[in-house]
Design a protein around this ligand. Structure first.
Ligand code: FPP
Length: 241
């Protein structure tokens, strides 16, 4: 636990989810290629992961590549996957030393083979860690995730293993990539955009949404704490009074 923080240490969110937006605009402002923005974004991510562990956040979920991001120019898509491999190579030892457990949300096996190999190595290496759960959403889409879950449940029903009336939200949740994890307490989106963009659609039912104008590469741990302070100022009622 951190000593000096502006946050109330008693109400650190258990699960923080982030849409790391604004890398492209950060690069454009500097006359750099978009992938330079993603590179700067990767550096920002390193610090946010570290601060999350220090603050005692239990789950950190970041949106690194959506099911819609394949529409981007091929160079940019390849660049993001290359950065992912670099990130895993450079950071894995430290993540492991910090007891971080890596999870992937999404159909990551559709990524290029070298990226899949690097991810699977990281999953294996950190599988027994008991600290921060670090979820990287890759080739992830919320609708896709719900459909996948529904298809599996439909298969069980068709096989006679389950009756339609036995399907509950809890059962559906067990088929999501986030099975066994708490829903996000807060979803942060950087860069001034105020939408979910197919992120954690089922899980976000009662999440607080916090938006900041800061572009992702400029999102420092201090900025992160300011954003979490906004969350801590909210009153959560879950539909009650
Ligand atoms: C959104 O910014 C960012 C992404 C789609 C990619 C996120 C990638 C990283 C933070 C770096 C890579 C790190 C890992 C672990 C893969 P944008 O490009 O949509 O920005 P814009 O809206 O300004 O164009």
């Amino acid at each position: 636990m951190i000593k000096d923080t502006i946050l109330d240490k008693e109400s650190i969110p258990a699960h923080v989810a982030i849409v790391m937006d604004g890398n492209g605009r950060w690069a454009k402002k500097r006359g750099l290629p978009r992938v330079a923005g993603h590179n700067a974004g990767m550096m920002a991510l390193k610090e946010i992961v570290k601060r999350s562990s220090v603050l005692g956040v239990k789950y950190l979920t970041v949106y690194a590549f959506s099911t819609e991001n394949w529409k981007r120019p091929e160079d940019e898509v390849k660049g993001i996957f290359k950065l992912l491999i670099i990130y895993m190579q450079k950071e894995l030892e430290e993540l492991h030393a910090n007891n971080v457990k890596v999870h992937i949300l999404g159909d990551y096996r559709k990524l290029p083979k070298d990226a899949v190999d690097s991810l699977e190595y990281s999953l294996e290496k950190t599988k027994n860690n008991t600290g921060l759960h670090f979820n990287i959403a890759l080739n992830y889409g919320g609708r896709d995730e719900i459909l996948r879950s529904v298809r599996k449940i439909a298969g069980e029903v068709a096989a006679g293993a389950m009756a339609p009336e036995d399907i509950t939200g809890e059962i559906l949740g067990k088929y999501l990539y986030t099975a066994g994890m708490p829903d996000p307490d807060v979803i942060i989106r950087t860069s001034g955009e105020e939408r979910l963009s197919n992120y954690l659609l089922w899980q976000s039912a009662y999440s607080e949404l916090v938006f900041t104008d800061v572009l992702w590469p400029d999102f420092t741990p201090e900025e992160y704490e300011r954003t979490l302070a906004v969350y801590q100022g909210r009153k959560r009622r879950y539909g009650g009074v």
